[in-house]
Design a protein around this ligand. Structure first.
Ligand code: PEP
Ligand code: MG
Length: 883
């Protein structure tokens, strides 16, 4: 095996495609070097070494030592410096780099190679003693923290002590001798904490850092991040060792991060932040307020600090040139890191930039319009799950708002919630069902659990590229960062904003698009789905094969579904139409009736309501297919619960309250989900389904006349296990049709089909298809009955199940393709064998889940049906599945 890949000086052994082996960072460093961009020389230790390390009791492959030595020699040769050399020392950075970017998860060590001897060489070659000793103490602090496990604050305290001794306020006041003194104090602290000295030997330092990177793959925050982002443990991380370049050698030096386009809006403007005379992590750490790259960016954020364009025009021009090279080469928006050392620009990283959903959409469409990618590639570029954010409400611009302050618009979207000040509290409160806004001075990787459950994130410090901003954007959480006028007191759990006190539990609203922090809750409105969104949907529709329908029963839902492009209704749950207070009384009367005559009396009152509902649905859907499912829920759901309700029902039904109470008891079940529901109701009380069928046909006749569009109702029988059940119900429906067609003199086509939501139905699909004209997979119940896990009672243990890898995802959200999926495949196959043109759809929650939609495409279903808001997600996912 080849364990180490070198790069630098316009060449590289690796390429961008080798991400699995070299990690994202290493592969892109190699690529940039190979296309002639200025990259400090270095080498990448592969992810296979990491895998080997963990598979072999934390042992490296035998050949690794020699390979790393060769790598060092390669850097030495290109940079003209020697590792450990007293006069011209080579210093290196050691960074992790996994296949998928894991921001802030893994550790970095800078300035490695410094010791009491080489520091002199650094001072000599830089001509700057202050810089040399400052670099040395930064190295000791970072190395001790990351590799030796001695926390930062020990060193911060020593620095603060020294500053107060000397009467300094700022780090910049420290002189070379001060830093030198601090170096020896730092080493003393290491000796005190570890009982052994800080390692002097550069090679020992290097292997320590490499080991720390590999170990960090298994630290808690990396494990948490992997779990939240579905990153397998088996991938491992690579280690990048690279010659140091310094952005902190003076005012002709700088360091920064940049996006080739605005990652919030997607606008084609160069977007980024930099700091003059600063090193590495200073920009991301949010310690100093970064300056903007461009004048536009500066003006937009009302910054008074000069933009790079003004302060370093030549360097800016070079960076801007590289921006265009990278975009053309990678054909995607890039997120890059750079350092300027003495007026020489160096690229330290590039990768596809994280972006908001709005930006993802705009960039995909713009890239296609600019001819960089095809329409189909544009369709593939937008993550369907991300679309969700675009479909979510924004603050109503006309609603009054009490703006407390304005910070940076770090991640768009609006959210209201109760303020909490720690990630732990956020998780606790969220578990209790509270909506929370997480407020922190700044966030760190340990906070991601809390950030994940929060509705929004507010920080008082840090820029647009701070941890909070980057992570929130990736998670799609609204975030306002760097709100400087927010004073946070963690101990008291309170923040003050310009004199106004906000305590833990108080409600605030964040507008991540404007940066506003607002008191109380602000009403929201739906976003408009036009422009780029419409274009993307058009391109998606051009390639998708699966039809997309919606689960809808109210006129509002049906209209929303239409406006989102639904091509019909795949599931109208009629029981949802019975809960209206005007109707429920008749439903209760029906249930409590002593005999069929009594039931029919109640049903007669319900019929006009049902008919009216269906007329409205058919009219809104304008001739598109509408699948109506006959009554499904357990009867007891309709029973009166309070004494008052019982009295009311008793009166209406003309019976005694006692009779109502005992009926309620008689009808209650221990397992209602497996009880008297679905077609079992229709089998025992056919008059219920008869009433519904009549209402449907009468409505279809009426709506066909009114709209001039022929309505073809699809009537669906739920929870069928046997063909006999379906046949019995079909007789009822057909009789209702004859009755209505006879009475009105109008005959319409209609279809009777069944849901497949029980394993027996899936297995016997061959014979069921003899009677059924269509199947709709009710994967909610099919999952429940296949896994034997209650859909209502499983949330708390399913989390453990996922954590332990029993089910990778929540099987009620994303189809268990191996188990439930096999039943779907069997049913599809057997059903179509009987009836060649059998129409197949899915209407469980899975119909709106992108991974499940891919499965539906592969299985050859005709349509998916999902909640109206997920229709655009399903359209996009269906297109991607077809490509
Ligand atoms: C299903 O079971 O998947 C389904 C769509 O029906 P319901 O959720 O109403 O039980
Ligand atoms: Mg069901």
């Amino acid at each position: 095996s080849k364990w180490v890949y070198t790069f630098g000086d316009g060449r590289a052994e690796g390429r961008a495609e080798m991400k699995n082996l070299l990690g994202g960072k290493g592969a892109n460093l190699a690529e940039m070097s190979a296309i002639g961009l200025p990259v400090p020389a270095g080498f990448t230790i592969t992810t296979e070494v990491c895998t080997h390390y963990y598979a072999n009791g934390r042992q490296y492959p035998a050949e690794l030592t020699a390979a790393v030595e060769a790598g060092i020699a390669h850097i030495e040769q290109i940079m003209g410096a020697g590792f450990g050399n007293a006069t011209n020392p080579l210093l290196v950075s050691v960074r992790s780099g996994a296949r998928a970017s894991m921001p802030g998860m893994m550790d970095t060590v800078l300035n490695l190679g410094l010791n009491d001897v080489t520091v002199a060489g650094l001072i000599a070659s830089s001509g700057d003693a202050r810089f040399g000793w400052d670099s040395y103490r930064r190295f000791i602090q970072m190395y001790s923290d990351v590799v030796l496990g001695i926390d930062h604050h020990h060193f911060e305290e020593l620095l603060e002590d020294l500053k107060s001794d000397r009467g300094y306020d700022l780090d910049t006041e420290l002189q070379a001798d001060d830093w030198k003194e601090l170096v020896s104090a730092y080493k003393g602290k290491v000796q005190e904490k570890l009982g052994r000295p800080f390692p002097d030997d550069p090679r020992e330092q290097l292997w320590g850092a490499v080991g720390a990177v590999f170990s960090s793959w298994m630290n808690q925050r990396a494990i948490t991040y992997r779990r939240l982002h579905d990153i397998p443990e088996s991938w491992g991380t690579a280690v990048n060792v690279q010659a140091m370049v310094f952005g902190n050698m003076g005012d002709d030096c700088a360091t920064g991060v940049a996006f080739t386009r605005d990652p919030s809006t997607g606008e084609n403007v160069f977007y980024g932040e930099y700091l003059i005379n600063a090193q590495g992590e200073d920009v991301v750490a949010g310690i100093r307020t970064p300056q903007h790259l461009t004048v536009v960016g500066k003006d937009r954020n009302h910054s008074t600090l000069p933009a790079m364009e003004e302060a370093m025009p030549e360097m800016f021009a070079e960076l801007d040139r590289i921006r265009h090279v990278l975009e053309k080469h990678y054909r995607d928006m890039q997120d890059m890191e750079f350092t300027i050392q003495r007026n020489k620009l160096w690229m330290l990283q590039t990768r596809n930039g994280k972006r908001t959903s709005a930006a993802a959409l705009k960039i995909a469409i713009d890239f296609a319009h600019e001819g960089l990618i095809s329409h189909q590639e544009a369709v593939l570029r937008v993550d369907p799950a991300q679309l969700d954010q675009l479909l979510h409400p924004m603050l109503d611009p006309n609603a009054p708002r009490t703006i407390l302050t304005t910070g940076l618009p770090a991640s768009p979207g609006a959210a209201s919630g109760r303020v909490v000040f720690t990630a732990e509290d956020a998780e606790d409160w969220a578990r209790r069902g509270e909506k929370v806004i997480l407020v922190r001075i700044e966030t760190s990787p340990e906070d991601i659990g809390g950030m994940h459950v929060a509705e929004g994130i507010l920080t008082s410090r840090g820029g647009m590229t701070s941890h909070a901003a980057v992570v929130a954007r990736g998670m799609g959480r609204p975030c306002v960062a760097g709100a400087g006028s927010v004073r946070i007191n963690y101990a008291e759990k309170v923040m003050t904003i310009l004199g106004r006190e906000i305590k833990e539990g108080d409600t605030v609203t964040l507008d991540g698009s404007s940066g506003q922090v607002i008191a109380g809750e602000v009403p929201t409105i739906q976003p408009e789905l036009t422009g780029d969104f419409g274009t993307l949907m058009e391109w998606a529709d051009a390639v998708r094969r699966l039809k997309v329908r919606a689960n809808a029963e109210t006129p509002t839902d049906a209209r929303t579904a239409r406006s989102f492009g639904a091509e019909g209704i795949g599931l109208c749950r009629t029981e949802h139409m019975f809960f209206d207070p005007k109707r429920i009384i008749h439903v209760r009367q029906m249930i409590l009736a002593q005999d069929e005559a009594g039931r029919r009396q109640a049903l007669d009152k319900l019929l006009p309501y049902q008919r009216e509902d269906f007329v409205e649905l058919f009219t809104i859907m304008q001739g598109l297919p509408v699948t109506i499912r006959l009554l499904d829920p357990p009867l007891h759901e309709f029973l009166p619960h309070t004494e008052e309700d019982m009295r009311e029902v008793a009166e209406a039904a003309g019976v005694d309250v006692k009779a109502v109470r005992s009926a309620a008891i008689a009808l209650s079940e221990s397992n209602p989900m497996l009880g008297h529901r679905g077609c079992r109701l229709g089998v025992t009380y056919p008059e219920i389904y008869e009433m519904q069928a009549i209402a449907i046909f009468e409505a279809a006749v009426q709506a066909s006349k009114a709209t001039g569009q022929t309505v073809v109702p699809e009537i669906m029988i739920p929870l069928v296990a046997t063909r006999r059940e379906l046949d019995l119900m079909k007789v009822v429906v057909d009789a209702a049709a004859s009755k209505v067609f006879g009475a009105t003199g109008v005959t319409l086509d209609y279809a009777v089909g069944t849901m497949i939501e029980l394993p027996r139905a899936a297995l016997r699909a061959g014979e069921i298809a003899e009677s059924a004209e269509f199947f709709s997979f009710g994967t909610n119940d099919l999952t429940q009955t296949t896994l034997g896990i209650s859909r209502d009672d499983s949330a708390h243990f399913l989390e453990t199940y996922q954590r332990k890898g029993i089910y990778e995802k929540d099987p009620f959200a994303s189809l268990d393709q191996e188990g439930v999926g096999e039943l779907v495949q069997i049913a599809a196959e057997r059903g179509r064998k009987t009836r060649a043109g059998l129409k197949l759809g899915i209407c469980g929650e899975h119909g709106g889940d992108p991974a499940s939609i891919h499965f539906c495409e592969q299985t050859g279903l005709d349509y998916v049906s999902c909640s109206p808001f997920r229709v655009p997600i399903a359209r996009l996912a269906a297109a991607q599945a077809a490509l």
